[in-house]
Design a protein around this ligand. Structure first.
Ligand SMILES: CC(C)(COP(=O)(O)OP(=O)(O)OC[C@H]1O[C@@H](n2cnc3c(N)ncnc32)[C@H](O)[C@@H]1OP(=O)(O)O)[C@@H](O)C(=O)NCCC(=O)NCCS
Length: 124
């Protein structure tokens, strides 16, 4: 399991200061486009940022080892997690088959919990 809490205000500032760099480093095209469907994209981006950290925790790694964009948190209905690159290799080495996340946010904070499941985890 992993959990993370992000301050939306911090993300709002980063977004104002250098949006291109923030995007290139942290977000996939899907995440960026989804967040920009809303008047203030900061809330959804903060949730995706927290989500990536929560997923890293559930995989027992940190951002020094896994690039942010290797973990994508989809938007539009129930969120899903897509792993690629180093994150996908880490999951494979642990026998993780599926990663679940649940998200909540306000204009102040975004909270995400993640759960990494293996082949033998009962799932209903
Ligand atoms: C889903 C719902 C409960 C969210 O509650 P909320 O208090 O408005 O908003 P929160 O900040 O707590 O949650 C927002 C997040 O819920 C998640 N979410 C949306 N639909 C979801 C669903 N069907 N199942 C699980 N999570 C969902 C999303 O990740 C969303 O964040 P995102 O837009 O950044 O991806 C509410 O929008 C709703 O009732 N929608 C109608 C669909 C429905 O009945 N779903 C039942 C699933 S519990």
């Amino acid at each position: 399991m992993g959990v993370d809490l992000a301050e939306v205000g911090r993300v709002r500032k980063l977004l104002r200061r250098d949006p291109d760099r923030f995007r290139a480093r942290c977000f996939t095209d899907h995440e960026w486009a989804y967040a920009h469907r809303f008047k203030d994209p900061s809330e959804r981006l903060a949730a995706r940022f927290a989500g990536k950290e929560a997923v890293m925790k559930s995989l027992g790694v940190g951002w020094r080892h896994v690039p942010w964009k290797d973990i994508e948190i989809t938007g539009g209905g129930a969120p899903t997690v897509q792993l690629s690159g180093k994150a996908a290799r880490r999951a494979e080495s642990l026998g993780v088959r599926r990663v679940l996340v649940t998200i909540t946010h306000t204009n102040g904070q975004a909270l995400v919990m993640a759960l990494s499941l293996g082949d033998h985890t009962p799932l209903q």
